[in-house]
Design a protein. Structure first.
Length: 212
């Protein structure tokens, strides 16, 4: 049956700012119950006058993609739980792994030694006009090796992003037209084009970029 060649593709990563001004990374309060993987495209969620980060839904294409996450979703109990206000401290839960309860302290938790810190925010690289990302190429409609092999003719082509069975997103040669959100600009220089499931470089197309 036709489909992608791989079941897991690894995270999408930032590789270059064309203007050489340095990366434009943001740490923004995270929407509750987010469990996405690193490298996930993220989009804004608006609640009242506040915006929070959530995983891209894959179906909103206009001004939707804020960037790609460096961190995993923290599965927060409420929107932005623990996120500090300007110059303020990090509030609870402060860790991604907690257990049990604390005697006479109903709002407290036990934190496992070595547990990753949660500050209520998602760290992500913003999708800007001069920002280049890299991901593992595949084709959700593919059937033969050629379908899964990126070629130099892809440069300048707009395609989509698809999430795989293990929660990683990949540049998808089988998604084009109105559902396209990225433009291929090159390939990983260590491997180049012509490699099955090679790593391709891309930028988010202007119409799909979200910015404050």
């Amino acid at each position: 049956m036709a489909g992608p060649n791989l079941t897991t593709h690894g995270p999408i990563s930032f590789v270059q700012s064309v203007s050489q001004k340095g990366p434009f990374s943001l740490a923004w309060p995270e929407k509750a119950a987010q469990t996405f993987k690193a490298g996930t495209p993220v989009q804004p969620f608006t609640s009242g006058s506040s915006k929070f980060v959530q995983a891209w839904d894959g179906t909103t294409f206009a001004s939707a993609i804020w960037g790609f996450s460096y961190s995993t979703g923290s599965n927060l109990p409420t929107n932005g739980a623990g996120a500090p206000s300007q110059f303020g401290p990090v509030g609870p839960p402060r860790a991604t792994q907690t257990f049990g309860n604390v005697i006479n302290q109903p709002a407290a938790v036990n934190i496992a030694i070595g547990a990753p810190v949660s500050d209520g925010r998602t760290l992500f690289m913003q999708a800007l006009p001069d920002t280049i990302f890299e991901g593992t190429f595949d084709d959700s409609t593919g059937a033969v090796a050629a379908d899964y092999t990126p070629q130099s003719t892809l440069v300048g082509t707009s395609i989509g992003l698809t999430i795989d069975a293990n929660g990683y997103w990949y540049p998808d040669g089988g998604v084009t037209g109105a559902d396209a959100v990225i433009e291929i600009v090159g390939a990983n220089p260590d491997y180049g084009f012509g490699l099955i499931n090679g790593r391709v470089r891309f930028k988010v197309i202007a119409s799909a970029q979200f910015s404050l």
